[in-house]
Design a binder for this molecule. Structure first.
Ligand code: ADP
Ligand code: MN
Ligand code: MN
Ligand code: MN
Length: 347
């Protein structure tokens, strides 16, 4: 009987932005994936005197890098008593997703990132700057895009891992790229995005390049990096009224969302570079200067989804999906329960 390599992956407790960690375990073919442990004092998840944290496998997929029978194993972090660790935001999302399951929420997250070669973005000159932005977005040619072999390999790796990847594109700033995960259910979208991020970091190792999710990697007249979060519920996919209701619900909790949409969000949401200032909330059809965009085809079809453009590239997908469910599905439920009960013949 054979064995395979399981790469146990988890989200750590680094502040203000979590990092991914992983280590490898040999597992027998017929063995169930066991709980495992790690030294939480080395990941900002414990003190040295009570250092043991527990890894609980929650999402398993083929390992596209090692190939064969090997697996990637995304884990939740638990305390030694097997309750969720305070840094385990997935456990919170799972609860909220179950609470609002009847709304059949779907997410598609656009993950922007920037490739760095040492201290500068990949392909940038040693001194000074490349030509100003304008020709790079979805560009082609050695003077327009930097890192295509990495990006293509990452896309193929996501496919081989059976993740719900939607596509990729070169971004507005040279060396900046995007991949999209979804359309998927809330927990799947967030799990797949964390694994896709891990694959990105792991693959860029092979090129001596590093990928960063920092939201404003180059100061000045260069686009930041976001994680536009596309969202719909069953109601929104059937009626434009609910698309508008979702936008209105988000407008009522703007500050809460901004405070949880990734570190350094005020550096990126300046009101320039296709963003709306973090100080205001606006929504509109086709408006890439708004906080929330209603895509043109959604306005035309009078149903569909919305794009929350505020989340930073470094947002925790377990947090953004949970907040959107709480804010939008919570508002839908309050509105429907506030309406009078069905009229009866006696009324
Ligand atoms: P943009 O035009 O903003 O660059 P992209 O094409 O990069 O948009 O990404 C669109 C995302 O929207 C995809 O991830 C897709 O899965 C998602 N999406 C499409 N339809 C829906 C829907 N009904 N609900 C939620 N997400 C959706
Ligand atoms: Mn996009
Ligand atoms: Mn983009
Ligand atoms: Mn977008």
């Amino acid at each position: 009987m054979g064995s395979y390599i399981a790469e146990y992956i988890w989200v750590d407790g680094t502040i203000p932005t979590e990092k991914l960690r992983s280590k490898s375990k040999i597992v027998k073919d017929d063995e169930e994936l066991p709980l495992w442990g790690f030294d939480g004092s080395s990941t900002n998840q414990a003190t040295a005197d009570k250092s043991d944290c527990v890894l609980k496998p929650v999402f398993v997929c083929p390992d596209p890098i090692r190939g064969g029978n090997n697996k990637l194993v995304l884990c939740e972090v638990l305390l030694a008593d097997l309750s969720p660790h305070p840094t385990n935001h997935r456990a919170e999302l799972v609860e909220v997703a179950e609470l609002y399951a009847s709304h059949e929420a779907l997410f598609g997250i656009e993950q922007e990132y920037t490739l760095f070669d040492g201290a500068k973005p990949l392909g940038w000159p040693d001194n000074g700057f490349p030509a100003p932005q304008g020709g790079y977005f979805c560009g082609v040619g050695a003077d327009e895009v930097f890192g295509r072999p990495i990006v293509d390999r990452h896309m193929q790796a996501c496919l081989d891992a059976e993740l719900g990847i939607f596509g990729i594109n070169a971004e507005v700033m040279p060396a900046q790229w995007e991949f999209q995960i979804g359309t998927l259910s809330p927990v799947e979208a967030a799990d797949h995005l964390w694994v896709a991020r891990w694959l990105l970091y792991r693959l860029t190792e092979d090129y001596g390049v590093n990928a960063t999710l920092y939201p404003k990697p180059v100061k000045g007249d260069w686009n930041g990096a976001g994680a536009h979060t596309n969202f719909s519920t069953k109601e929104m996919r059937e009626s434009f009224d609910y698309v508008i209701k979702a936008c209105e619900a988000l407008s009522e909790r703007h500050e809460l969302h901004i405070a949880n949409y990734g570190d350094a969000i005020e550096e990126r949401l300046t009101g320039r570079h296709e963003t709306c200032s973090y100080k205001e909330f606006r929504y509109g059809v086709s408006d890439r200067g708004a906080s929330v965009r209603i895509p043109w085809q959604v306005a035309r079809n009078q149903k569909g989804y919305i794009e929350d453009r505020r989340p930073n590239a470094n947002v925790d997908p377990y947090v953004v999906t949970r907040l959107m469910l709480e804010t939008v599905c919570g508002a839908f439920e309050r509105r429907s329960s506030a309406q009078p009960a069905h009229a009866t013949a006696n009324d």
